[in-house]
Design a protein around this ligand. Structure first.
Ligand SMILES: NC(=O)c1ccc[n+]([C@@H]2O[C@H](COP(=O)([O-])OP(=O)(O)OC[C@H]3O[C@@H](n4cnc5c(N)ncnc54)[C@H](O)[C@@H]3O)[C@@H](O)[C@H]2O)c1
Length: 448
């Protein structure tokens, strides 16, 4: 099938590359010229395991092309995916300007061959209909002589950064929302090989469930899924805070409750809170939508508040052991919001850096993927070291912020000798207390 993907970020690029791997002919469009130039040379602008290999394979096979030319993309795609960013505005509303620009562009360039426009961006409920209206208005006002002949389908994305390629070929479910049987049938055809596990590690697995529903329900499924996951983490973090006060171990508690099949063991690791490009903005957007419709989403408001406070638990622990932080040097192990990605959007590390600097501490960091040049403006007072031993050198305490696998095997005995005070706050309960204590560290976890 001829497919166009507009927006080649974490979602669009992985979607485009994986669809090309399935044999579809994919043209990816982005208005960022530098990104497109890099992609045309076969290089990935993001860190995502497995992506470079499928990119290069599909480019070599001629099934994956990149361009900045939206008109060419709209002309090419029988199915046109929209995967541009939908960040939060300061009041929690969703910034729809990128989606508006794309819908307008589609309206300008579309002809009267039948098309399915697929919304993969996470959008406020009702945006499918809105996208159709914006595109049709643009078509009519731009002098485009063609008659609108397209349908909109909502196909929310559930991939996890760090395992996005795996998740695309092994989804828990595929959600398709729309009112047109023809459009929904085309989408089922597009995903046929994924549904039937043709590219799965275990092709004998049963087919991937496909949830076919209306537009509003599909859009709500995405928000509800992220809101549930964020709430589950905030829940265990709240339990961790209680555990600390009563002398229980949250890891034991999480294990004990996670074995209950009604609860499940995933997303029950206590720590210094969730982050990333999705949870914060999606929960805020759902709270905002509820408010717009006269409902106060109090549970979701608490979920956000618990997370905000949880990020500062590491600071409280530092203050407990070091007392005054002014003039102290704190080292952060990890910067990205989770391992195996280079994404720093809404990373808890950013909150920690900001607060530590406010309190007069010097902040250093080491991350396997983020370099000094990768840090955003406004955090120039963070020194990003090139390895963990340089990080430890001269620190009064370390805080493990991101559970990168390689942090399990660092030379902690050597690091302890380089520090002013060998203290480690494990913000992800990722390391083993005994190993750290044997290495000479004072070790503090979260809720244990
Ligand atoms: N990142 C995730 O893990 C994830 C998971 C599920 C859903 N989502 C949702 O998917 C959407 C995309 O997220 P992302 O993380 O890939 O965003 P991103 O910021 O990484 O990528 C967006 C891309 O769109 C491009 N773009 C913006 N305006 C454009 C235009 N007018 N024409 C062409 N290209 C344009 C940008 O240059 C950028 O490359 C968001 O709605 C997000 O909420 C993200």
């Amino acid at each position: 099938m001829n497919v166009c993907v507009i927006g080649t970020g974490y979602v669009g690029l992985v979607t485009g590359a994986c669809l090309a791997r399935l044999g579809h002919r994919v043209l990816c469009i982005d208005n960022n010229e530098a990104k497109v130039a890099l992609l045309q040379q076969g290089q990935s602008p993001i860190h995502e395991p497995g992506l470079p290999e499928i990119l290069q394979e599909a480019i070599a096979a001629g099934t994956l092309l990149f361009s900045t030319d939206l008109a060419a993309g709209v002309h090419h795609g029988e199915v046109i995916f929209v995967a541009v960013g939908t960040p939060s505005l300061p009041d929690g509303q969703t910034d729809m300007r990128y989606l508006h620009a794309v819908a307008t562009g589609i309206g300008h360039h579309i002809d009267d061959r039948y098309r399915v426009i697929v919304n993969k961006s996470t959008v406020p409920i009702g945006s499918g209909d809105w996208l159709r209206t914006v595109a049709i208005d643009a078509l009519k006002t731009s002098g485009n002589p063609h008659v609108p002949n397209f349908e909109v389908v909502s196909n929310p994305e559930f991939l996890r950064e760090g395992s996005a390629v795996y998740d695309t070929f092994h989804p828990d479910r595929i959600v398709l929302g729309g009112n047109s049987e023809r459009a929904l049938a085309i989408m089922q055809d597009l995903y046929r090989d994924i549904v039937h596990r043709k590219y799965a590690e275990d092709p004998t697995l049963p087919p991937v469930p496909v949830v076919v529903t209306d537009l509003n329900s599909a859009e709500t499924i995405k928000y509800a899924a992220n809101a549930f996951l964020a709430t589950k983490i905030s829940f265990i973090n709240e339990i961790a805070n209680i555990c600390e006060r009563v002398g229980a171990d949250v890891r034991e508690v999480a294990h004990g409750i996670g074995l209950d099949s009604r609860i499940g063991s995933k997303f029950l690791r206590a720590g210094i809170g969730w982050g990333g490009s999705c949870f914060g903005k999606d929960v805020s957007a759902l709270i905002r939508t509820a408010t717009d419709y006269g409902y106060r989403a109090e549970l979701l408001e608490s979920c956000v508040r618990v997370n905000h406070n949880q990020r500062l638990v590491a600071i409280e622990k530092l203050q407990q052991v070091l007392k005054i932080l002014k003039g102290k040097t704190i080292g952060l192990l990890g910067l990205t919001f989770k391992p195996d990605t280079d994404d720093m959007r809404d990373a808890p590390a950013l909150t920690l850096i900001e607060r530590l600097v406010e309190l007069g501490a010097k902040v250093k960091a080491y991350d396997p993927i983020v370099s000094q040049s990768g840090m955003r403006d406004g955090f120039t007072n963070v020194v990003v070291e090139t390895d963990a031993e340089r990080l430890a050198d001269g620190c009064d305490a370390l805080v493990l912020v991101t559970e990168w696998a390689q942090f399990q095997t660092l030379d902690y005995p050597q690091m302890a000798t380089l520090m002013n005070q060998p203290i480690l706050i494990d913000g992800r309960n990722f390391l083993q207390r005994q190993i750290l204590e044997n290495a000479g560290f004072k070790y503090m976890g979260v809720g244990c």
